[in-house]
Design a protein around this ligand. Structure first.
Ligand code: GTP
Ligand code: SPV
Ligand code: MN
Length: 597
């Protein structure tokens, strides 16, 4: 195969990696349908893919050691440990490179090495960034086709000397002569997996995992960890946020970005169908937002991705109609269950398992006969964003969309009310900095269910010192002429007797309506100790929520908040030492005084 580029640095890098990893052959990806079909054919032949009855859809079952991100194997290898900060795993970059070079040596033997030129953001847009992922996984190639913009056009934009972010990936399972995968998902054992970032060099090295954010390097690795470093240096924001547009019955439109930790409802909110008449929500992005100041001083957001890598369990026509429609064709399913007639099934799909299933581990499974779920809790679908019926017509606009409101949230069974609003930008940064959530199945190495602080939903995704990141957010608010979005804190996950009080999903539109009105200056609100809150009549009560419960989730739980403050003071803020912006410790004092006063 001839090399489709004259880019010297790129060619030299590909040569260097070829010599190190020793693949059987090298292929440059062009992003074509034929290429996609070829990847699928390879995986069908290797019994890694199962064809489904949905047109052009395939099921994959990964290895049980490779079902989610692995936070304790994810590294920010900056030159100085302090630059990685208290919340990231750090290894000296030279030491890490030495270890990983040892692992990469010969790691692609018996496999094809694919070179994937991809663009995060519309190709050629001045907001977009180009990456090149080298991988030995056809699963990664096909997923990158759906999640990013891949191919020849990217090389054209890159030209002979354009800038690109090198993303090196291997599943870490070389093949002996004659050996085949033969149905076994290739990956390395847990203690050999490394998801490494070299922020000064803007380089990513991933080894040993083929799953999701560990392997599709444009997503969390490039668009968040590396991009957050670029954003700090260049005065913009790279965030773990969905982007949606909301239009009121009079046709007035606003844009909302929202940061919730993994598996806490971004995809669902981005695709929501309002239960309140006359309102419309459209999807710009479901996971990542890059926001830059426009000439007019407003923050404009683009979705750097081209597809959804969404949580399958809990997705049904009732909970997320638009996601269900997005995955009717041309989609990849990973670790869901298989029905006898070759369709997918998962817990919370909205109907009972039709007969015997094959579970995500490849075993027979029958409803009621097993105490284990048929689909892995972090089972995912990959689908092109263009297939979403609610996708906003402007979702690929290179200018981005002007953000009116930013929401922070997480899974909090108590204390945090349904919604409250920051009084100003710094108070909003404070709110972002104290986000906490019950841990979900989106990370393999963490105990699901326990609450941890996940500031800005960026704990696993910030490529530098989180204290500096807080300061960066404060600095954004100081930009001259900035017309900043309003900031809110939402919580759909309050519980009573083990059950969610708030029905969530489409009913969250009631909260979005108040957010819209507040951004518009027409909302009804009251000032409270924790911030601005809707008056009792400002948000309509949905069916199934009692008046008392509604009051409960819309009031300030003073005792709960005092405990919260105590925890922030003792366990959260001290981690950041002298990097903690004084604005945040002041905001904490103000909150305490207001609650006690
Ligand atoms: P990542 O892709 O990991 O970043 O996740 P996400 O933030 O996009 O989460 P997603 O929308 O996929 O939702 C994760 C889980 O939360 C699914 O099982 C949903 O059904 C559930 N969920 C989403 N929104 C709500 C809600 O409003 N209320 C309740 N109770 N559950 C919700
Ligand atoms: C997340 O965990 O926040 C995800 C899934 O969006 S992954 O791409 O695997 O990181
Ligand atoms: Mn995510």
């Amino acid at each position: 195969m001839t090399t489709p580029t004259k880019h010297k640095k790129l060619i030299a890098w590909v040569d260097e990696i070829t010599q190190l990893t020793k693949p059987e052959k090298v292929e440059w990806c062009d992003g074509s349908q034929a290429e996609y079909d070829k990847m699928i054919k390879i995986m069908l032949d290797e019994k890694l893919a199962t064809p489904l009855k949905r047109p052009n859809c395939y099921l994959f079952r990964s290895d049980p050691s490779d079902v989610a991100r692995v936070e304790n194997r994810t590294y920010i290898a900056s030159k100085n440990k302090e630059d990685a900060g208290p919340t990231n795993n750090w290894i000296d970059p030279n030491e890490l490179k030495k270890t990983m070079t040892g692992l990469y040596d010969g790691c692609m033997e018996g496999r094809t090495m694919y070179v994937i030129p991809f663009s995060m953001g519309p190709i050629g847009s001045n907001i977009a960034k180009i990456g090149v992922e080298i991988t030995d996984s056809p699963y990664v190639v096909s997923n990158m086709h759906l999640m990013t913009r891949v191919g020849t056009k990217v090389l054209e934009v890159l030209g002979d000397s354009g800038e690109f972010i090198p993303c090196l990936h291997s599943v870490g399972k070389p093949l002996q002569a004659g050996e085949k995968d033969n149905g076994k998902w290739p990956c390395a054992p847990l203690d050999k997996k490394y998801i490494s970032h070299f922020p000064e060099e803007r380089t990513i090295w991933s080894y040993g995992s083929g799953y999701g954010g560990n392997a599709l390097l444009g997503k969390k690795c490039l668009a968040l960890r590396i991009a957050s470093v670029a954003a700090r240096d260049e005065g913009w924001l790279a965030e773990h946020m969905l982007i949606l547009s909301i239009t009121n019955p009079q046709g007035k439109k606003k844009y909302v970005a929202a940061a919730f930790p993994s598996a806490c409802g971004k995809t669902n909110l981005a695709m929501l169908i309002p239960t309140i008449p006359g309102w419309k929500v459209e999807t710009v992005g479901d996971d990542i937002a890059w926001m830059k100041f426009g000439q007019d001083g407003r923050l404009y957001a683009i979705n750097p991705e081209a597809g959804f890598f969404g949580v399958a369990p809990g997705t049904s026509l009732d909970s997320n109609y638009n996601a269900m429609k997005s995955i009717e064709k041309n989609s990849i399913f990973t670790n869901v269950a298989l029905t006898e007639d070759k369709d997918v099934w998962w817990e919370g799909i909205g109907y009972k398992a039709p007969g015997k299933l094959i579970d995500w581990l490849g075993n027979e499974w029958e409803e009621g006969k097993s105490d284990k779920p048929a689909a892995h809790p972090n089972a995912r679908f990959t689908a092109p964003a263009s297939q979403c019926p609610a996708v906003a017509p402007e979702w690929e606009d290179p200018k981005g969309v002007p953000i009116d409101a930013i929401l922070f949230g997480g899974r909090r069974p108590s204390t945090i009310p349904l919604v409250h609003q920051a009084r100003d930008w710094n108070h909003g940064v404070f709110i972002g900095s104290i986000v906490g959530s019950e841990i979900t199945a989106a990370a393999l190495d963490l105990q699901a269910g326990t609450i941890r602080r996940d500031p800005f939903a960026m704990l696993p995704f910030c490529g530098y010192n989180m204290g500096d990141y807080f300061q960066h957010w404060i600095n954004i608010g100081k930009k001259e002429g900035a017309k900043l979005p309003k900031i809110f804190f939402v919580n759909w996950f309050r519980k009573k007797d083990g059950k969610f009080i708030w029905p969530g999903y489409g009913e969250n539109s009631r909260v979005l309506k108040w957010v819209f009105e507040q951004a518009d200056g027409t909302g009804k609100f009251q000032d409270t100790a924790i911030g601005l809150m809707p008056t009792v009549d400002a948000i309509d009560r949905p069916e199934g929520v009692s008046e008392a419960d509604m009051k409960d989730i819309l009031s300030v739980d003073k005792e709960g908040w005092l405990k919260e403050i105590d925890d922030i003071r003792k366990n959260h803020y001290p981690k950041f030492g002298n990097k903690l912006p004084k604005e945040l410790s002041v905001a904490l004092d103000v909150l305490e005084n207001r609650l006690k006063g």
